[in-house]
Design a binder for this molecule. Structure first.
Ligand code: SDX
Length: 391
């Protein structure tokens, strides 16, 4: 480009990939996991069934599901030394900082599944990660609020177990509402995988160097943390709280349109979807169900619904193809369940771990895998002499 050398636009960055896992049609708002439509999975499958199909390629039979669930259930406990990691954090550490640290540290505990060229070891590390993320996320929350960690229970479902580890205390067991457990399970499913998004591409690039699975997932957690990506659900709820009431919406809509104002409507827009995010449609249904079930009249939902209506009828948003994405409604559901905003991205990371590790496993299963090396367009100086200075 600068005459120094020509850039071959056709050059395939080795960070690109082929995958059978997820298909997205951004124009038509289609999202398939292993060919199964996301709305059908969110309504008729549970999260562990989705985990199985992402990892193994097909929906499980009843026997395969039972065996997989048994395996995951028996890997939910973390090594007791992990408790000591938390003691090193400040009590007010952001949960994502603690999650990033503890996930990466898991590689120091599980040395029997670090041979990434062995498929069985790859799957064992994948199962361990899917099983232990809820335990680690709940530990981040308990450490933040100064309550004792709650051990996983094998008699509960995946989502019930997570809720129990989050909200039970020694003096009183948390009363699990089936509707809440179902909503949490659906949130996990709707966040499970999303093709080559920023954090999944991060995991693939880290994995292409041969890094161990726990280090790769820690890299995914770090990438997801950004407010343009997984941090959007926390940022979206903070934005709804800042808007505060329906009559202040126009002011924020105008700010979002102002090129000189860095403000963006969090929970709106998407890199790929240019008509609607199919996950937001299902999430909105769950939002109404959970609030009705819990008999919660949250004014933020009213603000969110009005914001969506105004934005969808505004020519700027129509022209820029901006509409609610997966993060727009999830925060309202999580807040209704009693989960603090600073935990939202941890929950996204919990749910996306299966997507990350499925892509990692798929990549390492492909023959001739090379280290990723995305290319650049050099726009710097042409070669020039260095003039030594008299220091
Ligand atoms: C996730 O990739 C994935 O699949 C991610 C994800 C997943 O499951 O992994 O789906 C999860 O990250 C969902 C996105 C969550 N992020 C947010 O909700 C943050 C708010 N959204 C924006 O930051 C933004 O929409 C992005 C980051 C999501 C996409 O940014 P892009 O790629 O710049 O969007 P675009 O090219 O479609 O933008 C078109 C125009 C641009 O203006 P112009 O440069 O053409 O003048 O719309 C503007 C953007 O500036 N725009 C917005 C906007 N989003 C884009 N203007 C106001 N508010 C917004 N939210």
């Amino acid at each position: 480009a600068n005459g120094y050398f020509t850039f071959d636009p056709g050059f395939m960055a080795t960070g690109s990939c082929e995958s059978d896992i997820t298909y997205i049609d951004g124009a038509k708002g289609i999202l398939l996991h292993r060919g199964y439509p996301i709305d059908e999975l969110a309504r008729d499958a549970d999260y562990l069934e989705v985990c199985y199909m992402l990892l193994h390629g097909e929906a499980p039979s009843a026997d395969e599901y039972a065996k997989f669930k048994q395996t995951i259930t028996h890997h939910t406990l973390v090594h007791d030394q992990v408790n000591n990691f938390f003691r090193g954090f400040r009590r007010d550490a952001h949960p994502m900082a603690m999650l990033c640290g503890t996930v990466g540290a898991m590689s120091s505990f599980y040395h029997d599944d670090l041979n990434i060229s062995d498929e069985d070891q790859r799957l064992r590390s994948a199962y361990r990660l899917v099983a232990k993320m809820p335990t680690l996320v709940a530990m981040c929350y308990k450490y933040n609020i100064g309550q004792p960690f709650v051990y996983p229970r094998n008699d509960l479902s995946y989502s019930e177990n997570f809720l129990n580890m989050m909200f039970s205390v020694p003096a009183e067991q948390y009363k699990i509402s089936p509707a809440v457990a179902r909503a949490v399970d659906r949130i996990f499913t709707l966040h499970a995988d999303h093709e080559q998004n920023a954090s999944t591409s991060t995991v693939r690039l880290a994995g292409s160097s041969g890094a161990n699975p726990y280090a790769c997932i820690a890299a995914g957690v770090a990438s997801l943390w950004g407010p343009a990506h997984g941090g959007a659900n926390e940022a979206c709820l903070n934005m709804l709280q800042e808007i505060g009431s329906v009559d202040r919406i126009p002011e924020f809509i105008e700010r979002a349109k102002d090129k000189n104002d860095p403000f963006r409507l969090m929970g709106f827009g998407h890199r790929v979807y240019k008509n609607f995010d199919p996950r937001a449609t299902v999430m909105r249904e769950s939002c109404h169900e959970v609030l009705a079930e819990l008999n919660i009249d949250d004014p933020l939902l009213e603000v969110a619904m009005e914001l969506e209506k105004i934005a969808l009828n505004d020519e700027y948003f129509a022209e820029k193809k901006l509409f609610p994405n997966v993060d727009f409604y999830s925060g309202i559901i999580l807040k209704a369940i009693g989960i603090p905003t600073n935990m939202f991205t941890c929950i996204f990371a919990l749910a996306r771990t299966v997507g990350w590790i499925s892509h990692w496993h798929e990549m390492l299963s492909q023959p001739g895998q090379k280290i990723g090396r995305p290319r650049q367009l050099y726009t710097g100086h042409a070669q020039r002499p260095f003039n030594k200075i008299d220091k």
